[in-house]
Design a protein around this ligand. Structure first.
Ligand SMILES: [Ca+2]
Ligand SMILES: [Ca+2]
Ligand SMILES: [Ca+2]
Length: 239
């Protein structure tokens, strides 16, 4: 009884982390870039600059059960299903892949990096995850929900956001995620084994360098005084 009460109290006292997932449709890459600029301006100080660190230009095809990237580790989640053995155009493994326009078996997924070629492709698996220590990130998605799928984004704290079903083939979206705590995981949960998507141009918000707090100086001084005092006391005891 007592422990139940304590757990309940802890749950009430613990501050719930607050995560916001923003999904913005765009008419093309240029429009998605504008959406990204607007989102950055609306959510962050002008000191925070655009910082795209993962554009999937330097990886082989795979397919991968997990891939360490500059933004975190992508992995196939336990319980994920591979692409439909009859309908999917992919290699039908329970793996994701790095594709480019010359080797993609899919229609509607594409690179969004200026001068680039590659993107991370779901390869029609149903559950993909990014494990990351970042508290903010943003990226582009292509070809979501154009066949029969419903795609939901979910962060470790339980925040979710879904796309609509029956979107046009080859659509592009900007997605921005902000949180007051490290995200831990971002999951792409798809209801279909025949309606994958592409991910590209992941960025992160660069935090300005931390300035040491002035309050720590008096604390350090107090600690030093205490050490001197106790050292003197000890000497007296010895004498
Ligand atoms: Ca790219
Ligand atoms: Ca498509
Ligand atoms: Ca699709």
């Amino acid at each position: 009884m007592k422990s139940t009460l304590l757990v309940l109290l802890a749950a009430l006292v613990a501050p719930a982390s607050s995560t916001t997932i923003t999904i913005m449709p765009a008419s093309g890459i240029a429009d998605a870039v504008t959406a990204r600029s607007n989102w950055l301006a609306a959510n962050f100080d002008p000191d925070y600059t655009l910082n795209v660190t993962e554009s999937f230009e330097n990886y082989l095809y795979g397919p991968y059960p997990a891939l360490l990237s500059s933004i975190g580790t992508f992995s196939v989640m336990p319980g994920s299903q591979p692409g439909d053995p009859l309908q999917s155009n992919g290699d039908k493994t329970n793996r994701f892949a790095i594709l480019n326009s010359s080797d993609s078996p899919y229609i509607g997924r594409f690179n969004t990096t200026p001068g680039g070629k590659g993107w991370l492709d779901s390869n029609d698996i149903t559950q993909l995850q990014l494990t990351t220590s970042l508290s903010n990130t943003y990226f582009f998605m292509t070809d979501v929900d154009d066949v029969d799928g419903l795609l939901t984004l979910k962060t470790a704290d339980g925040t979710t956001a879904s796309f609509q079903m029956h979107l046009p083939d080859g659509s592009i979206y900007f997605v921005g995620i902000t949180s007051d705590a490290p995200l831990g995981t971002i999951s792409w949960l798809n209801s279909s084994t025949n309606d994958g998507f592409g991910l590209d141009d992941f960025g992160k918000i660069e935090e300005p360098p931390e300035v040491p707090e002035p309050a720590s100086l008096p604390t350090a001084a107090a600690a030093l005084i205490a050490i001197i005092f106790f050292t003197k006391m000890k000497r007296r005891e010895v004498m």
